[in-house]
Design a binder for this molecule. Sequence first.
Ligand code: SF4
Ligand code: SF4
Length: 206
Amino acid sequence: MPPIPGSGLAKGLAVTLRTMTRKSVTAQYPEAQPELPPRSRGVIALFDENCTVCMLCARECPDWCIYIDSHKETVPAAAPGGRERSRNVLDRFAIDFALCMYCGICIEVCPFDALFWSPEFEYAETDIRELTHERDRLREWMWTVPAPPALDPGAEEPKEIAAARKTAEKLAAAQRKEGEHQGQDRDEGQSRDQGPGPAPGQEAGE
Ligand code: SF4
Ligand code: SF4
């Protein structure tokens, strides 16, 4: 049966009428900011204090867009007779976000928790060279990394936090002990300065 002339137009208008009364799901960015999940993959942040220059992230990156430079430094022996150690010092850490495909492999493989996802995404540039974020800029993104989710009730304390807590407790105990010793030394010094007290049964000043 041949189609009725104008039926296509009527169907199209029906769809238009149906959808124009529904609430819009699109947001007028940038006037309206999107509500992104906190774990969105916006940009990669570098906590460079944790980076040991192991190069794992740069080696595993499928796009070869992580650039790392470093040099070696000799650390003197901690105790007399001990051996000197050498350690890597980070000189440059950069990520080219014009090449990055946001796969997250670098973050997954980093054994020292030096890389994190931040949900920030507003870093578009008119010059592609500006999309290579150097160490300082990557470090700045750390301030936008959301805190880790809370642990389940009764969950085991993470090893890193337990170790940090024990160290803090040991330091606090050592400081307390030192304070007590200093207090004792002060008391002893004062009693020495005052000389021997009055003999039993003798009033002071007699
Ligand atoms: S997210 Fe993927 S592509 Fe981007 S720097 Fe990390 S490993 Fe490379
Ligand atoms: S994997 Fe982590 S520790 Fe190793 S170089 Fe990359 S950021 Fe630094």
